[in-house]
Ligand binder design. Structure first.
Ligand SMILES: [Zn+2]
Length: 248
């Protein structure tokens, strides 16, 4: 078996080489039917795990990590990039808010957003000033984020309220890529909100989505619970029909 697979790999390699040279040679080998069928077999099924990193294939579309050479290398090489989507499923920014009635309609909230944008426009200037005093980039940055927090608190006394407004603005309204200042200035508040929300939520055992759950002991979200109930009823009616047939 192993010999046959190795032989097929050699043939596949030769076919590929001929294909690469086709534009020059105008020659393509004719592959016997039974070999073509065998080779096609390898082309079905999922790609090796390494294609997740090499070609950005989704985790669900590649094989799980095995014990092949490349798979073992993946285990050795630390990943610096975190693929949140692969780890936790869909990200829901609403989990970062404690007040879901927030919009940007009120004057008060508009002022918070305006102040935030205005401060961010000053970032370069303030950073440069600080860094010039030989304080280094990191410390200049720290200074800037502290400054943002201090200034933002002049628009509203409650830092959690400001965090809510800015999360709504940056994640929902602006869908901004850069949320540096928000997280560095109000990260603690956001984490507190997130922790609190996590305590109120449960992960559905079917679809793995997190949802707010008021009732204790419910294992599934509403969508999955309805699906399960439908399937249960279907089974019952099927069994009944079978019994009726038997009785007849
Ligand atoms: Zn579910």
């Amino acid at each position: 078996m192993k010999q046959e697979v190795l032989g097929d790999i050699k043939i596949l390699c030769a076919i590929n080489n001929a294909e690469f040279d086709y534009s020059k040679t105008l020659w393509r080998p004719e592959v016997p039917k039974e070999i073509a069928a065998r080779i096609n077999k390898y082309q079905r099924g999922k790609l090796p795990h390494v294609f997740h990193y090499a070609k950005d294939k989704k985790i669900k579309n590649v094989l799980p990590l095995g014990n092949h050479t490349l798979d073992r290398l993946i285990k050795v090489i630390p990943t610096t990039k975190i693929h949140f989507a692969d780890l936790f499923g869909e990200f829901d920014w609403k989990m970062l808010m404690s007040n879901h009635n927030i919009t940007l309609d009120s004057k008060k909230n508009k002022a918070i957003v305006e102040k935030y944008n205005q401060l961010n426009k000053q970032k370069k200037g303030i950073m440069k000033e600080e860094a010039d005093e030989n304080k280094g980039r990191k410390s200049a940055e720290r200074y800037f984020f502290k400054y943002v927090k201090r200034e933002m608190l002049k628009t509203h006394s409650n830092p959690k309220y400001i965090a809510n407004v800015l999360v709504y603005y940056l994640y929902k309204v602006k869908n901004s890529e850069s949320k540096d200042s928000l997280w560095n200035s109000f990260g603690k508040e956001i984490i507190d909100i997130l922790k609190c929300n996590m305590e109120k939520t449960k992960v559905c055992e079917d679809c793995q989505k997190r949802r707010i759950e008021r009732k204790q002991g419910k294992k599934f979200c509403d969508v999955c619970a309805t699906k399960r109930e439908k399937e249960r009823l279907k089974k019952i009616s099927f069994a009944r029909k079978k019994n009726i047939k038997k009785a007849l």
